[in-house]
Design a protein around this ligand. Sequence first.
Ligand code: MG
Length: 377
Amino acid sequence: MALAPYASDPARSRGRRFEEAPTPHRSAFQRDRDRIVHSTAFRRLVYKTQVFLNHEGDLFRTRMTHSIEVAQLGRSIARPLGLDEDLVEAIALAHDLGHTPFGHAGQDALDECMGPYGGFEHNLQSLRVVDQLEERYPRFDGLNLSFETREGILKHCSHANAERLEAREPGGVGRRFLDRTQPSLEAQLCNLADEIAYNAHDVDDGLRSGLITREQLESVPLFEGYLREVVRAHPTLAGRRLAYEVIRLMLSAQVHDVIDTTGQALRDEAPRDADAVRAATPLVRFSADMRGRSTELKRFLFQNLYRHPQVMETTGLAKQMVRELFAAYLACPADMPAAYASQDDLPRAIADYIAGMTDRFAGREHERLTGKRLLAT
Ligand code: MG
Protein backbone atom coordinates (compact mmCIF):
# COMPACT_ATOMS: atom_id res chain seq x y z
CA MET A 1 0.00 0.00 0.00
CA ALA A 2 1.22 3.49 -0.85
CA LEU A 3 2.37 5.74 1.97
CA ALA A 4 -0.02 8.51 2.97
CA PRO A 5 1.37 12.06 2.68
CA TYR A 6 1.53 12.33 6.50
CA ALA A 7 3.47 9.07 6.89
CA SER A 8 7.20 9.01 7.59
CA ASP A 9 8.73 8.53 4.16
CA PRO A 10 12.07 6.70 4.41
CA ALA A 11 13.25 8.49 1.28
CA ARG A 12 12.85 11.79 3.15
CA SER A 13 14.38 10.65 6.44
CA ARG A 14 16.32 13.20 8.48
CA GLY A 15 19.13 10.69 8.25
CA ARG A 16 21.65 9.01 10.52
CA ARG A 17 24.18 10.61 12.85
CA PHE A 18 27.00 9.08 10.80
CA GLU A 19 26.34 9.24 7.11
CA GLU A 20 26.05 5.91 5.32
CA ALA A 21 25.40 5.10 1.67
CA PRO A 22 21.86 3.82 1.05
CA THR A 23 21.42 0.11 0.30
CA PRO A 24 19.79 -0.91 -2.98
CA HIS A 25 17.05 -3.23 -1.71
CA ARG A 26 16.00 -1.94 1.72
CA SER A 27 14.59 1.37 2.90
CA ALA A 28 16.29 3.25 5.75
CA PHE A 29 13.64 2.01 8.20
CA GLN A 30 13.86 -1.63 7.05
CA ARG A 31 17.57 -1.38 7.65
CA ASP A 32 16.98 0.03 11.15
CA ARG A 33 14.60 -2.83 11.93
CA ASP A 34 17.17 -5.37 10.73
CA ARG A 35 19.94 -3.81 12.82
CA ILE A 36 17.72 -3.98 15.91
CA VAL A 37 16.86 -7.65 15.33
CA HIS A 38 20.56 -8.52 15.06
CA SER A 39 21.58 -6.54 18.15
CA THR A 40 22.74 -8.12 21.41
CA ALA A 41 20.28 -6.06 23.47
CA PHE A 42 17.39 -7.47 21.44
CA ARG A 43 18.41 -11.08 22.12
CA ARG A 44 18.60 -10.34 25.83
CA LEU A 45 14.92 -9.32 25.89
CA VAL A 46 13.95 -12.98 25.84
CA TYR A 47 15.32 -13.37 29.38
CA LYS A 48 13.93 -10.15 30.79
CA THR A 49 10.80 -9.84 32.89
CA GLN A 50 7.68 -8.15 31.59
CA VAL A 51 5.47 -8.65 34.68
CA PHE A 52 6.19 -12.21 35.77
CA LEU A 53 9.79 -13.08 36.43
CA ASN A 54 11.29 -15.15 33.67
CA HIS A 55 11.72 -18.28 35.79
CA GLU A 56 8.14 -18.25 37.12
CA GLY A 57 6.81 -20.01 34.04
CA ASP A 58 7.69 -20.70 30.43
CA LEU A 59 4.47 -19.35 28.96
CA PHE A 60 4.37 -15.85 30.42
CA ARG A 61 5.34 -12.88 28.28
CA THR A 62 8.90 -11.73 28.33
CA ARG A 63 10.12 -8.37 27.04
CA MET A 64 10.85 -10.13 23.75
CA THR A 65 7.40 -11.59 23.14
CA HIS A 66 5.83 -8.35 24.38
CA SER A 67 7.86 -6.35 21.84
CA ILE A 68 6.86 -8.73 19.03
CA GLU A 69 3.20 -8.37 19.99
CA VAL A 70 3.52 -4.57 19.96
CA ALA A 71 5.06 -4.79 16.47
CA GLN A 72 2.23 -7.04 15.25
CA LEU A 73 -0.50 -4.73 16.57
CA GLY A 74 1.33 -1.66 15.32
CA ARG A 75 1.68 -3.02 11.81
CA SER A 76 -1.98 -4.07 11.67
CA ILE A 77 -2.97 -0.49 12.45
CA ALA A 78 -0.29 1.17 10.30
CA ARG A 79 -1.18 -0.48 7.00
CA PRO A 80 -4.80 0.67 6.63
CA LEU A 81 -3.75 4.18 7.73
CA GLY A 82 -1.03 4.33 5.06
CA LEU A 83 1.78 4.67 7.62
CA ASP A 84 5.26 3.19 7.27
CA GLU A 85 5.07 -0.36 8.65
CA ASP A 86 8.83 -0.83 8.74
CA LEU A 87 9.29 2.21 10.95
CA VAL A 88 6.51 1.02 13.25
CA GLU A 89 8.15 -2.39 13.49
CA ALA A 90 11.60 -0.90 14.16
CA ILE A 91 10.31 1.33 16.96
CA ALA A 92 8.20 -1.46 18.49
CA LEU A 93 11.06 -3.97 18.54
CA ALA A 94 13.43 -1.41 20.07
CA HIS A 95 11.10 0.37 22.49
CA ASP A 96 12.04 -1.76 25.51
CA LEU A 97 15.74 -2.38 24.78
CA GLY A 98 16.75 -0.20 27.73
CA HIS A 99 14.73 -2.08 30.30
CA THR A 100 16.55 -3.46 33.32
CA PRO A 101 16.17 -7.03 34.54
CA PHE A 102 13.12 -7.68 36.78
CA GLY A 103 10.75 -5.29 35.00
CA HIS A 104 9.64 -2.05 36.62
CA ALA A 105 11.03 -3.11 39.99
CA GLY A 106 14.53 -3.19 38.51
CA GLN A 107 14.06 0.15 36.80
CA ASP A 108 12.76 1.83 39.99
CA ALA A 109 15.63 0.47 42.08
CA LEU A 110 18.25 1.51 39.53
CA ASP A 111 16.71 4.99 39.28
CA GLU A 112 16.96 5.25 43.08
CA CYS A 113 20.62 4.15 43.07
CA MET A 114 21.37 6.64 40.29
CA GLY A 115 19.53 9.47 42.11
CA PRO A 116 22.74 11.37 42.98
CA TYR A 117 24.22 10.71 39.52
CA GLY A 118 21.54 11.93 37.09
CA GLY A 119 18.94 9.18 37.53
CA PHE A 120 17.95 6.30 35.30
CA GLU A 121 15.10 6.38 32.73
CA HIS A 122 14.43 3.26 30.70
CA ASN A 123 13.32 5.16 27.58
CA LEU A 124 16.51 7.17 27.57
CA GLN A 125 18.42 3.95 28.20
CA SER A 126 16.80 2.37 25.09
CA LEU A 127 18.16 5.30 23.10
CA ARG A 128 21.54 4.91 24.79
CA VAL A 129 21.62 1.25 23.75
CA VAL A 130 21.04 2.03 20.07
CA ASP A 131 23.19 5.20 20.07
CA GLN A 132 26.15 4.11 22.17
CA LEU A 133 26.19 0.75 23.89
CA GLU A 134 25.86 -1.71 21.03
CA GLU A 135 29.29 -2.52 19.64
CA ARG A 136 28.88 -3.91 16.14
CA TYR A 137 30.31 -1.53 13.61
CA PRO A 138 33.88 -0.52 12.88
CA ARG A 139 33.22 3.20 12.37
CA PHE A 140 30.81 4.13 15.15
CA ASP A 141 29.32 3.09 18.49
CA GLY A 142 25.71 1.98 18.55
CA LEU A 143 23.53 1.02 15.60
CA ASN A 144 23.49 4.43 13.88
CA LEU A 145 19.72 4.36 13.35
CA SER A 146 17.68 6.93 11.46
CA PHE A 147 16.35 9.99 13.27
CA GLU A 148 12.74 8.77 12.97
CA THR A 149 13.47 5.43 14.68
CA ARG A 150 15.40 7.16 17.47
CA GLU A 151 12.61 9.72 17.87
CA GLY A 152 10.10 6.88 18.36
CA ILE A 153 12.32 5.01 20.81
CA LEU A 154 12.57 8.07 23.08
CA LYS A 155 8.94 7.90 24.17
CA HIS A 156 9.35 9.97 27.34
CA CYS A 157 12.19 12.12 28.57
CA SER A 158 12.57 14.40 31.58
CA HIS A 159 13.22 18.09 30.96
CA ALA A 160 16.75 17.86 32.38
CA ASN A 161 17.66 14.93 30.15
CA ALA A 162 16.07 16.60 27.12
CA GLU A 163 18.34 19.61 27.75
CA ARG A 164 21.38 17.35 27.93
CA LEU A 165 20.39 15.65 24.67
CA GLU A 166 19.74 18.99 22.99
CA ALA A 167 23.20 20.24 24.01
CA ARG A 168 24.83 17.19 22.43
CA GLU A 169 22.59 17.04 19.37
CA PRO A 170 20.96 20.43 18.64
CA GLY A 171 17.55 20.04 17.03
CA GLY A 172 17.74 16.28 17.60
CA VAL A 173 15.52 13.79 19.39
CA GLY A 174 15.49 15.71 22.71
CA ARG A 175 14.06 18.83 21.14
CA ARG A 176 10.38 17.90 21.14
CA PHE A 177 10.34 17.54 24.94
CA LEU A 178 11.50 21.16 25.22
CA ASP A 179 9.17 22.43 22.48
CA ARG A 180 6.31 20.19 23.64
CA THR A 181 5.60 18.94 20.12
CA GLN A 182 4.59 15.47 18.93
CA PRO A 183 6.61 12.69 17.31
CA SER A 184 5.68 11.03 13.98
CA LEU A 185 2.42 9.11 13.60
CA GLU A 186 4.42 5.87 13.59
CA ALA A 187 5.88 6.76 17.00
CA GLN A 188 2.47 7.80 18.38
CA LEU A 189 1.08 4.51 17.11
CA CYS A 190 3.74 2.42 18.88
CA ASN A 191 2.80 4.10 22.13
CA LEU A 192 -0.80 3.08 21.82
CA ALA A 193 0.03 -0.40 20.47
CA ASP A 194 2.21 -0.87 23.58
CA GLU A 195 -0.78 -0.11 25.83
CA ILE A 196 -3.13 -2.38 23.84
CA ALA A 197 -0.59 -5.20 23.94
CA TYR A 198 0.20 -5.14 27.65
CA ASN A 199 -3.41 -4.71 28.75
CA ALA A 200 -4.39 -7.79 26.76
CA HIS A 201 -1.42 -10.01 27.54
CA ASP A 202 -1.44 -9.11 31.22
CA VAL A 203 -5.06 -10.27 31.40
CA ASP A 204 -3.96 -13.53 29.77
CA ASP A 205 -0.87 -13.99 31.97
CA GLY A 206 -2.79 -12.86 35.05
CA LEU A 207 -5.46 -15.51 34.47
CA ARG A 208 -2.83 -18.15 33.67
CA SER A 209 -0.99 -17.41 36.92
CA GLY A 210 -4.20 -17.59 38.93
CA LEU A 211 -3.47 -14.19 40.51
CA ILE A 212 -6.61 -12.73 38.92
CA THR A 213 -9.83 -14.56 38.13
CA ARG A 214 -12.46 -14.40 35.41
CA GLU A 215 -15.01 -13.47 38.06
CA GLN A 216 -12.95 -10.41 39.04
CA LEU A 217 -12.64 -9.41 35.40
CA GLU A 218 -16.43 -9.36 35.07
CA SER A 219 -16.31 -5.97 36.81
CA VAL A 220 -14.19 -4.57 33.95
CA PRO A 221 -16.43 -3.29 31.13
CA LEU A 222 -13.92 -3.92 28.31
CA PHE A 223 -13.64 -7.59 29.33
CA GLU A 224 -17.21 -8.14 30.48
CA GLY A 225 -18.80 -6.90 27.26
CA TYR A 226 -16.91 -9.40 25.12
CA LEU A 227 -17.29 -12.16 27.69
CA ARG A 228 -21.07 -11.86 27.36
CA GLU A 229 -20.77 -11.90 23.58
CA VAL A 230 -18.58 -15.03 23.58
CA VAL A 231 -20.81 -16.88 26.06
CA ARG A 232 -23.85 -16.09 23.89
CA ALA A 233 -22.12 -17.39 20.73
CA HIS A 234 -20.43 -20.40 22.37
CA PRO A 235 -22.44 -21.38 25.48
CA THR A 236 -20.27 -24.42 26.28
CA LEU A 237 -16.89 -22.77 25.84
CA ALA A 238 -14.83 -22.68 29.06
CA GLY A 239 -11.34 -22.31 30.49
CA ARG A 240 -8.45 -21.04 28.42
CA ARG A 241 -10.28 -21.09 25.10
CA LEU A 242 -12.98 -18.86 26.55
CA ALA A 243 -10.37 -16.43 27.85
CA TYR A 244 -8.51 -16.43 24.53
CA GLU A 245 -11.69 -15.70 22.58
CA VAL A 246 -12.58 -12.77 24.85
CA ILE A 247 -9.02 -11.37 24.59
CA ARG A 248 -9.07 -11.84 20.80
CA LEU A 249 -12.30 -9.83 20.49
CA MET A 250 -10.96 -7.19 22.89
CA LEU A 251 -7.82 -6.83 20.80
CA SER A 252 -9.57 -6.54 17.47
CA ALA A 253 -12.13 -4.06 18.83
CA GLN A 254 -9.28 -1.83 20.03
CA VAL A 255 -7.39 -2.14 16.75
CA HIS A 256 -10.49 -1.21 14.72
CA ASP A 257 -11.27 1.62 17.12
CA VAL A 258 -7.80 3.15 16.70
CA ILE A 259 -7.95 2.78 12.90
CA ASP A 260 -11.38 4.43 12.67
CA THR A 261 -10.77 7.20 15.21
CA THR A 262 -7.29 8.05 13.95
CA GLY A 263 -8.44 7.88 10.32
CA GLN A 264 -11.12 10.45 11.13
CA ALA A 265 -8.66 12.67 13.03
CA LEU A 266 -6.31 12.57 10.04
CA ARG A 267 -9.11 13.49 7.63
CA ASP A 268 -10.12 16.40 9.90
CA GLU A 269 -6.60 17.69 10.50
CA ALA A 270 -5.30 16.80 7.01
CA PRO A 271 -1.60 17.23 7.89
CA ARG A 272 0.28 17.80 4.64
CA ASP A 273 3.37 15.85 5.72
CA ALA A 274 5.14 14.24 8.69
CA ASP A 275 6.37 17.59 9.98
CA ALA A 276 2.82 18.97 10.05
CA VAL A 277 1.98 15.94 12.22
CA ARG A 278 4.73 16.94 14.67
CA ALA A 279 3.29 20.44 15.01
CA ALA A 280 -0.31 19.20 15.50
CA THR A 281 -2.03 17.77 18.60
CA PRO A 282 -1.66 13.98 19.10
CA LEU A 283 -3.55 12.30 16.25
CA VAL A 284 -3.26 8.58 16.98
CA ARG A 285 -5.96 7.84 19.51
CA PHE A 286 -8.85 5.75 20.80
CA SER A 287 -12.43 7.00 20.67
CA ALA A 288 -13.50 8.61 23.96
CA ASP A 289 -15.50 5.48 24.84
CA MET A 290 -12.60 3.07 24.17
CA ARG A 291 -10.16 5.38 25.98
CA GLY A 292 -12.39 5.16 29.05
CA ARG A 293 -12.69 1.37 28.87
CA SER A 294 -8.97 0.87 28.29
CA THR A 295 -8.12 3.12 31.26
CA GLU A 296 -10.49 1.14 33.47
CA LEU A 297 -8.82 -2.12 32.49
CA LYS A 298 -5.43 -0.59 33.19
CA ARG A 299 -6.62 0.53 36.63
CA PHE A 300 -7.95 -2.97 37.32
CA LEU A 301 -4.62 -4.57 36.39
CA PHE A 302 -2.72 -2.08 38.50
CA GLN A 303 -4.79 -2.76 41.61
CA ASN A 304 -5.24 -6.49 41.22
CA LEU A 305 -2.21 -7.78 39.33
CA TYR A 306 0.76 -5.40 39.53
CA ARG A 307 -0.02 -4.76 43.22
CA HIS A 308 -0.86 -8.38 44.02
CA PRO A 309 0.94 -9.44 47.23
CA GLN A 310 2.72 -12.24 45.37
CA VAL A 311 3.98 -9.86 42.68
CA MET A 312 4.92 -7.29 45.33
CA GLU A 313 6.99 -9.86 47.18
CA THR A 314 9.16 -10.66 44.15
CA THR A 315 9.24 -6.94 43.35
CA GLY A 316 10.77 -6.27 46.76
CA LEU A 317 13.42 -8.96 46.32
CA ALA A 318 14.23 -7.78 42.80
CA LYS A 319 14.76 -4.23 44.06
CA GLN A 320 17.04 -5.48 46.80
CA MET A 321 19.14 -7.41 44.26
CA VAL A 322 19.58 -4.37 42.01
CA ARG A 323 20.47 -2.13 44.97
CA GLU A 324 22.99 -4.63 46.30
CA LEU A 325 24.52 -5.17 42.87
CA PHE A 326 24.93 -1.43 42.42
CA ALA A 327 26.54 -1.04 45.86
CA ALA A 328 28.88 -3.99 45.24
CA TYR A 329 30.17 -2.60 41.92
CA LEU A 330 30.53 0.88 43.35
CA ALA A 331 32.65 -0.52 46.19
CA CYS A 332 34.66 -2.75 43.89
CA PRO A 333 34.49 -1.76 40.21
CA ALA A 334 36.91 -4.58 39.32
CA ASP A 335 34.01 -6.99 39.84
CA MET A 336 32.70 -5.71 36.50
CA PRO A 337 34.30 -6.39 33.11
CA ALA A 338 37.21 -4.02 32.43
CA ALA A 339 35.32 -2.12 29.73
CA TYR A 340 32.85 -0.92 32.40
CA ALA A 341 35.23 -0.67 35.36
CA SER A 342 37.55 1.66 33.44
CA GLN A 343 34.93 4.27 32.50
CA ASP A 344 35.31 7.86 33.77
CA ASP A 345 31.68 8.04 34.83
CA LEU A 346 31.63 4.97 37.06
CA PRO A 347 28.00 5.20 38.32
CA ARG A 348 26.72 5.48 34.72
CA ALA A 349 28.87 2.53 33.67
CA ILE A 350 27.41 0.48 36.53
CA ALA A 351 23.89 1.47 35.47
CA ASP A 352 24.66 0.46 31.87
CA TYR A 353 26.07 -2.86 33.04
CA ILE A 354 23.15 -3.69 35.34
CA ALA A 355 20.52 -2.48 32.86
CA GLY A 356 21.97 -4.79 30.22
CA MET A 357 21.66 -7.89 32.42
CA THR A 358 19.06 -10.57 31.94
CA ASP A 359 17.10 -11.69 35.04
CA ARG A 360 19.13 -14.87 35.19
CA PHE A 361 22.50 -13.20 34.91
CA ALA A 362 21.59 -10.56 37.51
CA GLY A 363 20.51 -13.31 39.91
CA ARG A 364 23.76 -15.22 39.44
CA GLU A 365 25.92 -12.10 39.75
CA HIS A 366 24.08 -11.10 42.90
CA GLU A 367 24.68 -14.53 44.39
CA ARG A 368 28.37 -14.44 43.41
CA LEU A 369 28.93 -11.02 45.01
CA THR A 370 26.76 -11.30 48.12
CA GLY A 371 26.55 -15.03 48.76
CA LYS A 372 22.75 -14.65 49.02
CA ARG A 373 20.24 -16.42 46.81
CA LEU A 374 17.12 -14.27 46.83
CA LEU A 375 15.22 -15.60 43.83
CA ALA A 376 15.42 -18.99 42.22
CA THR A 377 16.54 -17.58 38.90
MG1 MG B 1 6.46 -1.91 26.25
